[in-house]
Design a protein around this ligand. Structure first.
Ligand code: TUI
Length: 307
């Protein structure tokens, strides 16, 4: 099935559910530009997310969704909130949405989990997922092990629901490559960090634009929650602490505590955790969301009917 028909959107492009970043401003900008905007709940509580949903509804009459980060202590409450608020599309990340699937399907919600492996993809198709976001390790933030290039075709072969490729996609070439690998859509995050509407500190946007190919590192492998960030003093200190595998969890937590907020709100180049994917090296300018989406889709071979 065409993802555009399933989600009732103009472009087969959905926004990543970026924690602490993807609020009503970014979500409505992406939806108004013809993609699927998402409110990224991250660690927000129920009141905050309710407010974000209502603000998004006021800013767009186009479809939008909510991303629930399943490691959040509020995940269970949020699983009811999306039903109460009449949200039509839910994406999930950082865990299994299996326990919520039945009530979401009964409420008529389109459920699209992020999967980092074939086995997990097959399991969630059986549980009733409507589509899957297949996220490669090139992505920013919390990541799996396998690359987009090898994971997308394997999941596409293994399931009969639409696959949305994520991780490493920032332009029309990425979209075309994803479709050739079997995807019916793409999820983008990093390129949207460098959008005019993205509500993050200017330093964060400029750090993404300046990033070269080798600019990201993965922290948190030791704690079982690998996170891809842009290199800086904070990332170096973290990696130094974990080099010998004997760092104390509390020291690491102290270091990361609030560090994403320091990046997003203060633009603190030394102490912030600047989550971003490897595609940062492809991002050359800060542009309006509409221009980013148009550029990715209208210049693609998919738009020209070649793929
Ligand atoms: O979730 C993401 N990206 C994120 S979440 C986030 S907030 C955070 N910050 C610090 C530490 C941890 C989280 C920042 N970026 N992407 C989707 C994603 N999901 N990537 C990997 C997974 C995943 C991993 C394991 C999904 C399911 C899974 O399943 C395990 C299981 O239950 O079998």
């Amino acid at each position: 099935m065409d993802l555009r028909d399933l989600l009732k959107i103009k472009y087969p492009i959905i926004q990543g559910g970026m924690a602490n970043i993807a609020d009503h401003r970014l979500a409505s900008a992406v939806s108004n530009a013809g993609g699927l905007g998402l409110i990224g709940c991250g660690g927000w509580d129920t009141d905050r997310v309710r407010d974000e949903i209502r603000k998004t509804k006021a800013l767009t009459d186009k479809p939008f969704g909510v991303n629930i980060m399943l490691m959040s202590p509020y995940a269970e409450e949020l699983s009811d909130l999306v039903i109460e608020e009449g949200v039509k599309i839910v994406t999930t990340g950082a865990g299994s949405p299996g326990v919520y699937m039945k009530k979401w399907k009964e409420a008529g919600i389109i459920v699209i989990p992020v999967v980092p492996s074939v086995a997990f993809a097959v399991r969630l198709e059986r549980s009733g997922a409507d589509a899957l976001i297949v996220e490669g390790t090139e992505a920013g933030g919390h990541i799996g092990e396998i690359t987009t290039f090898v994971l997308v075709p394997q999941v596409s072969d293994a399931v009969n629901i639409p696959v949305i490729a994520a991780g490493g996609i920032a332009d029309h070439r990425g979209l075309d490559a994803a479709f050739i690998l079997g995807a019916k859509g793409v999820q983008i995050g990093t390129v949207l960090l460098a959008s005019e509407e993205c509500p993050i500190h200017q330093n964060y946007k400029e750090k993404v634009v300046k990033a070269k190919d080798t600019e990201t590192v993965v922290t948190g492998r030791q704690t079982g929650a690998p996170v891809r960030v842009l290199k800086n003093r904070m990332a170096k200190e973290y990696l130094d602490l974990t080099k010998f595998g004997d760092a104390k969890l509390e020291d690491l937590e102290k270091l990361t505590l609030g560090s994403l907020r320091k990046a997003v709100f203060d633009g603190d180049l030394d102490n912030g955790s600047f989550m971003a994917g490897q595609s940062a090296g492809l991002v050359k300018a800060i542009r309006p969301v509409k221009e980013i989406l148009e550029d990715i889709f209208e210049n693609s071979l998919v738009a020209k009917g070649v793929i």
